[in-house]
Design a protein around this ligand. Structure first.
Ligand code: IPE
Ligand code: IPE
Ligand code: MG
Ligand code: MG
Length: 295
């Protein structure tokens, strides 16, 4: 039988080793700040999704997919550093540690984010055996990730999130906001893995439906944890959405309905994998994990 915790631990170890190799171990302040946030022990959900999606289409060679997986985690970490800045969510705790700007200073945190974002594209475009074998495919992967992270994707979502503080959005607008803020990078993680793994257009369509469901469900559970989660487990503060009058699902429809929505989204996501055999079992288990996670 498939054991998710073993699977996650194995993947995290591969990803963490690869990330440690990527980032210079030099004592300069900027490298220290980047490493401080990157190696703080995140769940590594996006790189794991990328690797699991490659496996689902039958192409699970970790060496091929790791550059994409690492780039996604590096972009995600940059987005967290900037998300926590005083001008944005103004948070003091992240991944169980003081946020980057608290530990270093604001200017260093801004630059650490910039450094991580550009590093991701340095890694994606660095020479390597799989890239030299499939240069056009990798160009597509880079294009995909750039678009998802950019001003039509995650950045637009962050913009909408900031603009909507104190304004109660209708459900369809909140869904769009979440799909951009969190969904875009999750969808890109799944697509990048499927592309590098050599997935067919049909397989990629199924995985996209899966990604849409888990992407929204992931942000809905983030909103739920912000209300009733344990900060010690989450490694970040709770109750902040309400304080900052953020648009979040529990404020919009209550906790019970938010949980119901998350459950439905996860059920749909798992259904979207119907055409896949046991090679997609990790993706199914990750979907269930998203629903029940405590951090
Ligand atoms: C937190 O992401 C921010 C959101 C987009 C909801 P994660 O919950 O994946 O954070 P880490 O990577 O585990 O710290
Ligand atoms: C973070 O969203 C989204 C990005 C960093 C793109 P939130 O602000 O809702 O997440 P947390 O609660 O700070 O992790
Ligand atoms: Mg935010
Ligand atoms: Mg935040």
């Amino acid at each position: 039988v498939f054991d998710l915790s073993t699977y996650l631990a194995e993947k995290r170890a591969l990803i963490n080793t690869a990330l440690e190799r990527i980032l210079d171990q030099n004592p300069r302040r900027i490298a220290s700040a980047m490493g401080y946030s990157l190696m703080a022990g995140g769940k590594r959900l996006r790189p794991i999704l990328c690797m699991a999606s490659a496996e689902a289409v039958g192409g699970g060679n970790p060496d091929a997919v790791l550059p994409a997986a690492c780039a996604l985690e590096i972009i995600h970490t940059y987005s967290l550093i900037h998300d926590d800045l005083p001008a944005m969510d103004d948070d003091a705790l992240r991944r169980g540690r003081p946020t980057c700007h608290m530990q270093f200073d604001e200017a260093t945190a801004i630059l650490a984010g910039d450094g991580l974002l550009t590093l991701a594209f340095e890694i994606l475009s660095a020479p390597g055996p799989d890239k030299e074998k499939n240069p056009l495919l990798w160009l597509k992967v880079i294009h995909e990730i750039a678009g998802a992270a950019g001003y039509r994707g995650m950045i637009e979502g962050q913009m909408q999130d900031m603009a909507a503080e104190g304004v109660l959005l209708p459900p369809e607008d909140l869904e769009k906001l979440h799909a951009l803020k969190t969904g875009a990078l999750i969808r890109a993680s799944v697509r990048a893995g499927a592309l590098v793994g050599g997935g067919s257009p049909d397989q990629i369509r199924g995985l996209e439906d899966y990604a849409r469901g888990i992407g929204l469900a992931f942000q809905v559970t983030d909103d739920i944890l912000n209300v009733e989660g344990d900060p010690a487990l989450m490694g970040k503060a709770a109750g902040t959405d309400q304080t900052r009058k953020k648009n979040a699902y529990p404020a919009l429809m209550g906790l019970e309905q938010s949980k119901e929505l998350a459950r439905n989204l996860i059920d749909q996501a798992i259904l979207a994998l119907d055409g896949f055999d046991e090679e997609a079992e990790p993706l199914r288990a990750i979907a269930r994990y998203i629903l029940h996670r405590k951090r």
